[in-house]
Design a protein around this ligand. Structure first.
Ligand SMILES: [Mg+2]
Length: 347
């Protein structure tokens, strides 16, 4: 199928509230949306949310990369996603989010041209998944209020962002959440904030506190493979690598080093093809899989819901960024019913 046009534009989405992780605060998601047109008239739409602390990319670099590569990508005939992905990798070898955006928009257009839902092209495993809801870094009483509000809206799995306030204050936040919502299961994400020793102290405290924790994500710096392995070897809770894994090569390196127990895959890091390869590595290694997001709105989350439902491979789903952003619900391919994300189209 020949690609006729590929373009991108900035999409600045104000968040409903302040969003804070150990990597900083956000009030606006500086995203990029793309459109593609194929020779049969099929059109694709896509969105990514580049985060410079993860891929080194920004809204500006993604816009420049798409504009700079569109001429060389357009006019060519691609049999399928992998042919297009090969061309992209040669043009933009180190630009993860830009490549992801181009892959996703091409795949969306291709699925429309073939009249096969993306979920089915990816395996058609299921039609719905359950997501957690992430809780921003905030003082303990505010954290508890946010957790109670999420539980009240049907979320039984909460992902608590930690690390910005030090181990003792973070422990107070966790206890405040347990008191507010004793029925919730917690996933903890430190976004690289701890040293290996701090992480072990915190995780051992968690294990001893009786708080039900499903997994602990990226406790240490993404470059500290030894530290990650050290935490993993001492943790009774599964350790999930996020910022440490962008490519299948990263995934294999982590498996060889026994440096984690699972991966958090995000389309903005790995696009579709590398995500599929990372899934294969995790399944072969017996590792766990999370599907996460950056700050995509509903359009960006749609492709991730197709990946989750199509592959049916994820133990933990963390697709909640559209919940932080209002105004583009008509762009989404899924219905949100409490914690359940259900694909809209009958397939
Ligand atoms: Mg994370």
């Amino acid at each position: 199928m020949r690609l006729l046009s590929l373009s991108a534009e900035a999409y600045n989405a104000p968040l409903r509230g302040l969003w804070e992780t150990a990597q900083g605060r956000s009030e606006v998601a500086y995203n990029v949306r793309a459109s593609a047109l194929l020779e049969d008239g099929s059109r694709g739409r896509a969105e990514v949310s580049p985060r410079s602390y993860v891929t080194g990319e920004t809204q500006d670099t993604v816009l420049q990369d798409i504009a700079g590569s569109a001429d060389r990508l357009c006019g060519e005939d691609y049999d399928g996603l992998f042919a297009f992905s090969n061309a992209l990798k040669s043009l933009l070898p180190d630009r993860h989010s830009a490549r992801a955006l181009a892959e996703i928009v091409f795949f969306d257009a291709l699925a429309r041209a073939w009249k096969v839902p993306r979920c089915r092209l990816l395996g058609g495993a299921c039609q719905e998944v359950k997501s957690d809801l992430s809780i921003s870094i905030a003082p303990p009483d505010e954290t508890a209020r946010l957790a109670w509000d999420a539980f009240d809206r049907g979320f039984r799995h909460l992902k608590l962002k930690v690390g910005g306030l030090g181990v003792e204050e973070e422990a107070r936040r966790v206890l405040a959440v347990r008191e507010a919502v004793p029925g919730a299961l917690l996933r903890i994400d430190a976004n690289q904030a701890f040293s290996a020793e701090e992480a072990v102290v915190f995780i051992e405290w968690l294990a001893g506190s009786g708080v039900p924790v499903e997994c602990f994500e990226q406790p240490v710096s993404c470059t500290d493979l030894d530290g990650l392995a050290q935490v993993t070897s001492r943790s009774p809770v599964p350790i999930i690598a996020d910022e440490s894994v962008l490519t299948p090569q990263d995934a294999l390196r982590l498996v060889k080093a026994e440096a984690a127990d699972g991966f958090n895959i995000k389309l903005a890091k790995s696009g579709i093809r590398d995500s599929l390869e990372i899934i294969a590595i995790a399944r072969a290694a017996g590792w766990k899989l999370m599907l996460g997001c950056m700050l995509e709105s509903a359009l960006g989350s749609s492709m991730a819901v197709h990946l989750a439902c199509g592959t049916g491979s994820f133990h933990y789903i963390d697709l909640d960024s559209h919940y932080l952003i209002s105004g583009d619900e008509d762009e989404q391919d899924f219905v949100q019913d409490g914690e359940t994300l259900r694909l809209k189209r009958p397939e």
